[in-house]
Design a protein around this ligand. Structure first.
Ligand code: GDP
Length: 170
């Protein structure tokens, strides 16, 4: 299972929450510091891969190109990948880059799951509507959006169950 999403969307925090190890992946307040594909071996023998955030403006165009090349090559070529978790920020909704990434995964027939982050940052009264908006913009059904909060632990067990299910698929 690979985790992709723009810088600061909450990839490292989600990985730490899934692994129940707060310092496993480096959580950074500075976007763009995760510049490599980081593989984490979990106790049950599965591997989670943290991909560099895309769309970080302060790195050179050339470097952005080589990141993109690395991630795309990995996502297209790695046979063992069961799902790509595409993270969108639940507080701000999908960005144009998120939508481009989704389009690219669809064009290449890659298996994705849409995960919205930062559930705790949206007021309870607005969550239903936000979820519908995120789903609509991303072209999926609201029930297919897994909305998590790494900070509060919301949705983490559900996502872990889903991941176990995907890894068990043959
Ligand atoms: P990455 O760049 O995609 O790996 O994102 P990080 O995991 O480093 O998170 C970016 C920022 O968002 C950090 O300041 C995190 O503390 C914050 N963050 C991540 N997930 C959550 C969440 O569920 N709730 C809240 N309130 N903040 C979060």
């Amino acid at each position: 299972v690979a985790v992709v999403g723009r810088s600061n969307v909450g990839k490292s925090s989600l990985l730490n929450a899934l692994a129940k190890r707060p310092k496993l992946a480096h959580v950074s307040k500075t976007p763009g510091r995760t510049q490599l594909l980081n593989c984490f071996a979990l106790d049950d023998g599965t591997t989670v891969v943290d991909c560099p955030g895309y769309g970080y403006a302060a790195v050179s165009k050339q470097k952005r190109g080589s990141w993109q090349h690395m991630i795309e090559g990995y996502l297209l070529g790695r046979e063992q990948l069961r799902r790509i978790l595409v993270l969108v920020d639940g507080e701000i909704g999908p960005t144009d880059l998120d939508l481009m990434l989704l389009e690219w995964t669809r064009a290449n027939d890659l298996p994705i799951a849409l995960v919205a982050t930062k559930h705790d940052k949206v007021k309870a009264a607005r969550r239903d509507r936000r979820k519908r908006e995120v789903a609509e913009r991303c072209g999926v059904e609201p029930r297919d959006v897994v909305w998590v909060s790494a900070a509060k632990g919301v949705g983490i067990d559900r996502l872990a169950d889903l991941i176990r299910g995907w890894l068990a698929e043959r």
